[in-house]
Design a protein around this ligand. Structure first.
Ligand SMILES: [Fe+2]
Length: 200
């Protein structure tokens, strides 16, 4: 199998700290690179969870919250068009555009077993923890006639235990990611239910 290991651990340039894509630039990148609406929705959900986490749990200021949001929004930007080179292509694109190195590192560390980059900052650790879980919770919402209404943590945990449900979601990654943060799986599930239900 083609290796997606990035083979490096330093991304971007410190002199670009604070540089982000404008909302318009991020929007057009998404429209151009990600025609698949379901994937776009996933990226928007991860972005909403990341931004809310930064503000509510980390007490982040506006600029920091925007970084968390942008990392979430762009983390899978190259997945549809370059599956064999995900996430090298989006990383190189953001390096070319002089984007904040913390955002690029965060994207590079969203799957340490695949990309070979360890999450370091809290932002890195949270994208790793949120990504797969967000996808599983969304898949569960599609199964329920009431979607997110009345969704309970225990229902999500039951789906997590059913290996055949959303089988592409790595249970190992989820438990590894949660073991690296100071939050229980239950708390994180509840947070994601509460924050991604309104994303469309
Ligand atoms: Fe993702």
């Amino acid at each position: 199998m083609h290796s997606r290991n990035l083979g490096r651990s330093v991304f971007g340039d410190l002199k670009n700290t604070g540089n982000l894509l404008s909302p318009e630039e991020a929007h057009s990148l998404l429209t151009e690179w990600v025609p698949n609406e379901k994937l776009r929705l996933h990226m928007k959900q991860v972005a909403a969870n990341m931004k809310a986490w930064a503000i509510e749990k980390e007490g982040a200021d506006e600029q920091t919250a925007l970084k968390w949001e942008q990392a979430g929004l762009l983390h899978d930007a190259d997945w549809e068009k370059y599956p064999d080179d995900h996430c090298r292509i989006i990383i190189e694109e953001l390096e070319r555009r002089n984007i904040d190195p913390e955002v690029i590192h965060c994207i590079a560390s969203h799957g340490p077993t695949v990309f070979g980059v360890e999450p370091v900052s809290k932002m890195d650790k949270m994208i790793y923890a949120i990504d797969e879980l967000s996808g599983l919770i969304h898949a569960y919402s599609l199964l329920r006639p009431e979607a997110y209404d009345g969704m309970e943590v225990k229902g999500v945990k039951k789906r997590l235990k059913e290996k055949a449900f959303a089988a592409q979601v790595s249970r190992e990654d989820i438990s590894d990611a949660v073991s690296r943060i100071d939050t229980t799986l239950e708390e994180l599930i509840q947070f994601i239910i509460d924050h991604q239900k309104a994303v469309s």
